[in-house]
Design a protein around this ligand. Structure first.
Ligand SMILES: [Cu+2]
Length: 294
């Protein structure tokens, strides 16, 4: 009885102050602590995905209370084709995600936080994008602690003081490109990504080749419209490709600014893509031949 009253009181307080304590409330909604050997995993959650988005991020905090290091080596879930461990860092003003090679070390006595904008697990090939309010069952595998089952609530991305809208779009665009072309033996590097309204241009490179992809957002879902090379640098060309005039000039300006800050040997790869390859509505099978054009 006493417990019920406390719960009611807690719920009331949380509701009454939800505007100012939004962050505390979402803390509350994250997964409960799970212990496995010397490890404790807390505050797990998965970011809600947009319709059609094929990949999404998952986050948690892991504390190693033992005297020796452990290592997160893999993850799996029935809800995704595969789970990868990623880092995200800003390189020349551009967010770059890459797999953590050899697993993620959890040093003795340390707490490692997977969080938006940093380390995360990435759910790839998600057939049914995760919706807020759902729960994603995930099995993590650690070198010493073994397999750990987690139930991660799906929450909206939250705070952190960064431009989350832009980051979410960038993440969605990277996910669309990676789902199509990234391979373990030929990692796809995506940078820069410039976005204006419902249009975006992403530079990509892979195995010494590269190009610029023009993406369009329809019904909240980014898709590759076409792959090209230098044609994407000119606003007039972007207009011919279907980008509205004001958007085309802004995109071209942003692209030039972003590329100017990059390693120019990478930018030079973008020019090696000859011609323009249109993608079909679903992201496109022709895309493969397009990207392997020398
Ligand atoms: Cu990732």
């Amino acid at each position: 009885m006493r417990r019920h009253i406390l719960q009611f009181a807690a719920a009331f307080v949380l509701t009454a102050f939800s505007l100012v304590t939004g962050l505390a409330r979402s803390e509350e909604m994250k997964s409960q602590p799970v212990t496995a050997g010397d490890l404790e995993i807390t505050s797990g959650w998965v970011r809600a995905m947009l319709p059609g988005q094929p990949a999404g991020g998952g986050f948690f905090i892991v504390t190693n209370k033992g005297a020796s290091a452990d290592r997160l080596i893999s993850g799996s879930t029935q809800t995704a084709g595969r789970v990868e461990i990623h880092t995200m860092e800003i390189v020349n003003d551009v967010m770059v995600m890459r797999p953590v090679e050899g697993g993620l070390e959890i040093p003795a006595g340390a707490t490692v936080e997977l969080k938006p904008g940093g380390l995360h697990i990435m759910f790839m090939e998600v057939a049914d994008p995760y919706q807020e309010g759902a729960t994603v069952p995930v099995t993590l595998e650690f070198e010493k602690a073994g397999k750990v089952d987690l139930q991660l609530p799906v929450l909206k991305g939250q705070g952190g003081g960064m431009q989350h809208g832009a980051l979410d779009d960038r993440g969605a665009i990277e996910a669309v490109l990676k789902a199509e072309w990234d391979r373990a033996d030929a990692p796809l590097t995506i940078a820069p990504v410039v976005i204006e309204a419902d249009s975006a241009i992403a530079g990509w490179s892979q195995e010494g080749r590269g190009g610029r992809a023009l993406l369009a957002r329809k019904h909240g879902h980014w898709a590759v419209h076409l792959c090209t090379g230098d044609a994407a640098k000119e606003a007039a060309n972007l207009e011919k490709m279907g980008v509205p005039a004001e958007v085309a000039s802004t995109l071209a300006t942003r692209l030039a600014e972003a590329e100017a800050k990059m390693d120019q040997t990478v930018v030079a790869l973008f020019s090696t893509f000859e011609g323009t390859v249109m993608m079909d509505e679903n992201g496109g099978h022709d895309a493969h031949s397009g990207h392997s054009t020398n």
